[in-house]
Design a protein around this ligand. Structure first.
Ligand code: ADE
Length: 248
């Protein structure tokens, strides 16, 4: 899968790609990720990427032409992307479902915004999508682009060594993950649940499913409204709810 990331801080993005699962995906040739310096697409002596806002007010606004030139150049050199995504707090919320959908696409261009704002014509003319990674304001889209590349890249087949760990992730089926334990069997007075030491695979499977549902119910109950639950999970959920009603 191909990613092109356009930014005024290429070193910041490159540092984020240099380690971990994504860097292994690059080494194995499964992810082709290029980082492009937006200033390369400026034409004036000062290499300006921003200007004062029409109508006045504080801060600077990112100019549309360098971004438009960057995307045109990438289309010519790297091929037409499936989407040109502007990262901004005004975008649609990036979720695991969105990551899954995007991981099936062959090529994405990510545009990182900086300064107080982006000329609106970047949205209407240059980008095809706009994504936010959450309801908070970052000082730029670079970290958001790294979040998207990581969440999408690890879903590309072969990038994560054992595909089962991707299937069992939190959110992969619309609910949180179950607790995990390794040795020692007792730590700081806390013992590993007995069933996990039992070697009884069917009991372990049921315990994990139940624990995942209980955790989701406690921490993120709204996820259960849209989670794709199977019959067994629906039965477990009824059990948990009845249990809760019995408790004061
Ligand atoms: N740029 C600044 N804040 C952002 C956010 N929350 N998501 C994506 N891009 C951003």
């Amino acid at each position: 899968m191909k990613f092109d990331i356009v930014t005024i801080f290429p070193r910041m993005v490159e540092a984020g790609l240099a380690e971990g699962v994504v860097s292994r995906g690059i080494e194995r040739g499964l992810l082709d990720i290029q980082v492009h310096d937006l200033r390369h697409y400026t034409t004036d002596r000062h290499r300006s990427v921003d200007d004062v806002p029409y109508g006045g007010g504080p801060g600077m606004v990112m100019k549309p032409e360098p971004l438009a030139r960057a995307v045109a150049d990438l289309r010519a050199r790297r091929g037409d992307p499936a989407a040109v995504i502007l990262l901004s707090p005004q975008g649609r919320l990036f979720t695991q479902a969105e990551a899954v959908r995007m991981s099936a696409l062959p090529h994405l261009v990510l545009l990182c915004g900086r300064y107080e704002g982006m000329d609106e014509r970047v949205r209407t003319v240059v980008a095809t999508d706009e994504l936010s990674i959450g309801d908070y304001v970052l000082s730029g889209g670079e970290l958001a682009a790294l979040v998207v590349v990581d969440a999408v890249g690890r879903l590309v087949p072969g990038v994560v060594g054992d595909a089962r760990s991707v299937d069992e992730d939190s959110f992969s089926r619309g609910r949180l993950d179950h607790p995990h334990y390794t040795r020692p069997s007792e730590f700081a007075g806390e013992a590993v649940p007995e069933v996990l030491l039992s070697g009884h695979h069917e009991a372990v499977r049921r315990w994990r499913k139940m624990a995942a549902l209980q955790r989701t119910m406690h921490r993120r109950p709204e996820l259960l409204d849209t989670a794709a639950l199977d019959d067994e999970e629906r039965g477990m959920l009824d059990e948990i709810r009845k249990e809760q009603e019995r408790e004061p």
